[in-house]
Write a protein that binds this ligand. Sequence first.
Ligand SMILES: Nc1ncnc2c1ncn2[C@@H]1O[C@H](COP(=O)(O)OP(=O)(O)OP(=O)(O)O)[C@@H](O)[C@H]1O
Length: 335
Amino acid sequence: MITGTGITKTYKQRGDVLGSREVRALRGVDFAVPRGGAVSFIGESGCGKTTLGRIIAGLETHDSGEIVIDGTPMTPLSPRRRRPYFRRIQLIHQDPYSALNPTRTIHQTLRAPLELRARQTGRPGSWIDQRAGELLSLVGIDPGYVLGRYPHQLSGGMRQRVVIARALTVDPEMLVADESVSMIDVSMRLSILALLKDLRERLGVSLLFITHDIATARYIGDAGELYVLYRGQVVERGLTESVIHEPVHPYTQALLSAIPVLHGLERPGRERVVPTEALDERHADEGCLFARRCPFRTERCEKELPVLAGCQDSSHEHACFHPQRRAVIPVEAVA
Ligand SMILES: Nc1ncnc2c1ncn2[C@@H]1O[C@H](COP(=O)(O)OP(=O)(O)OP(=O)(O)O)[C@@H](O)[C@H]1O
């Protein structure tokens, strides 16, 4: 079980004539990924998804909050003592092209971490090549075909499978997949997603999926939870099917709509969700983070920040002063 409580992260960005500025990538994110569970984070570009994935995988530090892995809080531990915990969490990068060393064959790529694993677990040297073969078969590729090849000799889909096999060399408890299919051919995407689901079922690894695509989140996390992230804050969270079928936060509703228009409104004429580009986010830190784009905002929204809480009208949590089920035109309806 991996949990995070109140995770914050602020970056200092060097600016132009206006000087440097701070970007609050994460503003107190709470999450829980149960053993063998599936959790998806969804949100548009810049909402903090990648930052969160890297923090969870131990590749980035956070400013405040706590990550607890199997009951052990990480903050009091030295970086050296944290390492074995974070090794249980493997990040699968979105870009299989840059994730593999182009000068190494697939055999060399898998052999290095397996040698370490063999030493850690007291296994004989003969186990290493046998395990490399097993892992490649597990991810659906013929070891005989790929072991002697270099990454550039493989298709994008195969490369991504090798990246997944490499992640499995350390027997992880959780895979963090950051837009893992966005950079491979459309025809290959579904099979990689199916592979991740299959690995979850067969190996019992939990899956944290980070995406901007609602259809992907739905496919991967059908039996799990969906977190909707907006400007570093979780604005809606619950069972994936519940959030998708009965979203109550206007941002989730906009994400689910094929076009950013919400129907069934009490305030006709103001229904358009303002596109992000139209906003100067620097001065938008007061009140609800979504208020300036929201067709349902009231005075309260401009002054107070809503926090994540449950409500009578839905089975999941949201951070909104005016949560309401509203009809959404599903993405599939506009193909
Ligand atoms: N190393 C960094 N230095 C400064 N700012 C950063 C850094 N990494 C991320 N940011 C900023 O933090 C915010 C969140 O970025 P992040 O990459 O986590 O978002 P994202 O949702 O994954 O976006 P995308 O889907 O475009 O990758 C963005 O405004 C981004 O510009």
